[in-house]
Design a protein around this ligand. Structure first.
Ligand SMILES: [Zn+2]
Length: 282
């Protein structure tokens, strides 16, 4: 199992960190979790092609977890790839229809690409046939508790507290016989995530701010700081925690060292500050 961090940032524009996106390679299959703005470019920088993806899972529909969705689906379609299987909470079907449907945001582009003679010629030269269908991602709307058996892997999900009741928010775990990967999605501390992460090899966890910066209980409830994450990691008994979803000020001199040293007082395992394009072999 190989984890590639495509985007370790937030909605804030920040050259160092794209918004959320993570690749998981298991055998011949590639799963992507979230596709925030900039993650598509990182996919290319990682030497991968959009058509490499076998499935996309969305933790929740905050924009910084799905703004590159249109780019990803369109690029796969343009290359003649198989319509991407997409698993995400409602209203991902509505979002998709409003992007790729006959009256969607891309209707003018898609009309031109499928009806303009030179575009059709290029499509046929690439091996396509006419008439050319529009992009049609294979959507499955999922709810917390969703499970999926794959070829040598098994995915589970739980609800995590973040932006309810406005958004359904999920964390995911993928197990193989050899390794286990957990992604918190965006989450505050909760028993469901701790239980999901039990004994995992790696937990990739959003860390939006230092715990001392929390502005009140509601703030902490939906977005763990580094000390809440350390307690989750300790209670789950995991081997390694990777912090992601980091804001620019958290990269200021000395802050990484402070995060690691304060977390190490609580959690005895490996503590990693994620960076875009970091690869973890499990
Ligand atoms: Zn979020």
């Amino acid at each position: 199992m190989k984890v590639t961090l495509l985007g370790t940032g937030t909605p804030e524009p920040y050259a160092r960190r794209a918004s959320s996106g993570y690749l998981l390679d298991i055998g011949d299959e590639t799963l992507q979790f979230d596709c925030g703005g900039g993650s598509f470019g990182r996919l290319l920088e990682a030497g991968r092609r959009p058509t490499d993806l076998d499935r996309l899972f969305l933790s929740h529909l905050h924009s910084d977890h799905m703004l590159d969705y249109a780019r990803l689906v369109h690029a796969i379609w343009d290359k003649g790839g198989v319509d991407l299987p997409v698993f995400g909470p409602a209203p991902i079907r509505t979002v998709s229809d409003r992007l790729f449907g006959s009256e969607g945001a891309l209707f003018a582009d898609l009309t031109a690409r499928t009806e303009h003679a030179p575009s059709k010629e290029i499509w046929v030269e690439r091996g396509g046939t006419l008439p050319r269908a529009w992009p049609a991602p294979d959507i499955t709307e999922i709810a917390p508790g969703f499970e999926m058996p794959g070829d040598g892997w098994h995915l589970r999900s739980v609800e995590v507290p973040h932006a309810q009741p406005f958004l359904t928010c999920m964390g995911f775990r993928v197990d193989t016989p050899y390794a286990s990967f957990v992604y918190s999605g965006d989450s505050g501390p909760c028993d469901a995530l701790t239980t999901l992460a039990e004994g995992a090899d790696v937990l990739v966890h959003m860390c939006f701010n230092l715990s001392q910066e929390a502005r009140g209980p509601e703030w902490v409830a939906g977005s763990s700081g580094h000390l809440e994450i350390a307690r989750t990691a300790r209670d789950a008994g995991i081997r390694r925690v990777v912090l992601t979803h980091l804001r620019p000020h958290m990269d200021a001199p000395g802050v990484h060292q402070r995060i690691v040293s304060e977390m190490a007082e609580v959690f005895p395992g490996d503590i990693v500050i994620g960076e875009d394009l970091m690869v973890l072999e499990l």
